[in-house]
Design a protein around this ligand. Structure first.
Ligand code: NAD
Length: 500
């Protein structure tokens, strides 16, 4: 069986750690490879390589860096199907969804290709007589990325294309659950002409992560994952003087107003709740129905649609399934346990996915689409992130009650309102305490040229992923004030300089 090591200085390097983690095909439950869990020393080696490469990479012109990224983008296109299959085989998501993930990642590469423009800085002529002022957006040095299992290529691509475009070098620590696709991406970067050492991958777990958080040569850490780990990454990285952006978990609500078109709501909600088996940080896991009539209509239609859903292996058969398995046996058991707690806490279980089996894939990590009604705050299925195909209906009697409910939740990643009223939608966008808001759009993931990030305990750190925030995160501003030619200075001034 193959063992995945690291990618350092443009080459695959086997790890000597001896600690291995199994990687499975979640649709069959069979192990496909081992991934090495690197030692602290191996992680330091990757940092040292990136540190050395920074000395020359930072001096490469932004135009030349962009040219490499253009070639990289073209290689991603020619390897599109292969990369999507790698995602699907280790993550379990269906192929069309894997292609969607890849496309969204590639859009960040396209954005990063604009780096000569994005990194221009500002210039003011004649801020005083004969004095000009301008800003330089300089790279930081070695930056690190730590990513979750659920987007094994898109989330790393939120980070490293912009980081390297800005002139930084990078050490990536992917999820140990589905590491193969990003290893292939590293090869494509080398093929595109990226100098060795600019992009490195260290596979591993907490041991590797802790080195990235504490080694003085690492300047910035980008993290995406669950909230407890995001909080730890932010606290530890900041304590060690690093710039940190750490995105955490979510519980995303969709408000269904009485004037929303049921057909449109149901069509949006099916994909948002059950797509990727609910393992998306922007998945809708709570439908907040304003009024019983809206709830009854929604539930009737969702039940019909779920009965027609096809669940199966992501790379599967003649007809692509709507939803694949969960990432692991442990996670599937955790999701089933949440369903148990929902029943114990008094929610009405309308569709039960616990005993779901896919013929021919009995050992796969499948949980069927699940629907609860009469869910309330205080129940674990409402308060906590489940990260599975479990949709909860919460009934409220007014629009304001829906807003108050969402604002009181500890997470604030994404939300949506479905309504025919511009007034309600506008008020919602203004009042809701959530970072990404959809109006008649169920999964409002911002495009690469905007920034992605939540509020409250869904994020730690001030700057979000990609867009202008991404460029700011991966650069340090320097402001120069220059006088040319030198004026005749005959007197000293001890007061605060002002421009006359
Ligand atoms: P996770 O927090 O378990 O792991 C994320 C990364 O942290 C992995 O690389 C993992 O190896 C590492 N890690 C895990 N435990 C660690 C520890 N104790 N110390 C140091 N590093 C550790 O998350 P996951 O299960 O891979 O991903 C799912 C989570 O990610 C969900 O909570 C989901 O909401 C969240 N997520 C959030 C966003 C967002 O944009 N807010 C996007 C995608 C996923």
């Amino acid at each position: 069986m193959n063992t995945l090591g690291n990618f350092i200085n443009g080459k695959h390097i086997p790890s000597k750690s001896g600690r291995l983690s199994p990687v499975y095909n979640p649709a069959t439950g069979e192990q496909s490879i081992h991934v090495s869990l690197s030692t602290a020393d191996e992680t330091r080696q990757a940092i040292a390589t990136a540190h050395e490469a920074f000395a020359t990479w930072k001096a490469v012109t932004p135009l030349r860096r962009a040219q490499i990224l253009f070639r990289f983008k073209s290689l991603l296109e020619s390897n599109f199907d292969l990369l999507a299959e790698l995602i699907s085989l280790e993550h379990g998501k269906v192929l069309s969804d894997a292609k969607g993930e890849l496309t969204r990642g590639m859009e960040v590469v396209e954005f990063a290709c604009g780096i000569p423009h994005l990194q221009k800085g500002e210039f003011s002529a004649n801020v005083g007589t004969g004095v000009d002022s301008y800003s330089l957006m300089q790279p930081l040095g070695v930056c690190a990325g730590i990513s979750p299992f659920n987007f094994p290529v898109m989330v790393p691509m939120w980070m490293f294309p912009i980081a390297i475009a800005c002139g930084n070098t990078f050490v990536m620590k992917p999820s140990e659950k589905d590491p193969s696709v990003i290893m292939k991406v590293a090869e494509l970067l080398t093929e595109a002409g990226l100098p060795d050492g600019v992009f490195n991958i260290v596979n591993g777990d907490k041991e590797a992560v802790d080195v990235l958080l504490t080694d003085a040569r690492v300047q910035a850490v980008s993290f995406v994952g669950s909230t407890p780990i995001a909080e730890y990454i932010y606290a530890t990285g900041s304590q060690h003087g690093k710039r940190v952006q750490a995105l955490g978990g979510a519980k995303n609500h969709m408000v269904v107003m009485p004037d929303a078109e049921t057909e449109q709501v149901v069509s949006a909600l099916m994909g948002a709740a059950y797509g990727s088996a609910g393992e998306r940080c922007m998945a809708i896991s709570v439908a907040v129905c304003v009024g019983d009539e809206a709830a009854e209509k929604l539930i009737t239609e969702i039940k019909k649609e779920v009965s027609n859903m096809l669940v199966g292996p992501g790379t599967g058969g003649d007809q692509e399934p709507h939803m694949g398995p969960l990432i692991s046996q442990v996670h599937a058991e955790k999701v089933k346990h949440y369903i148990d707690t929902g029943v114990q806490d008094g929610a009405s279980l309308l569709i039960d996915g616990r005993d779901f089996k896919v013929a021919g894939h009995e050992r796969g990590y499948f949980v069927g689409p699940t629907l609860f009604d009469n869910v309330k705050p205080g129940m674990r299925i409402y308060d906590e992130e489940i990260f599975g195909p479990v949709l909860s209906v919460v009934r409220v009697s007014s629009y304001q009650e829906a807003v108050d409910l969402i604002n009181a939740h500890e997470y604030g990643n994404g939300t949506a309102i479905f309504t025919g009223s511009g007034e309600s939608a506008r008020h919602f966008c203004e009042q809701i305490q959530v970072g990404m808001v959809g109006v008649n759009v169920p999964i409002p993931v911002p495009m690469a040229f905007h920034s992605f990030g939540g509020w409250k305990r869904s994020v730690f750190g001030p700057l979000n992923m990609h867009g202008n925030d991404g460029v700011r995160f991966f650069t340090r501003m320097k402001t120069v004030t220059a006088r040319w030619p030198k004026s005749d200075v005959t007197t000293h001034s001890f007061s605060m300089p002002t421009m006359k």
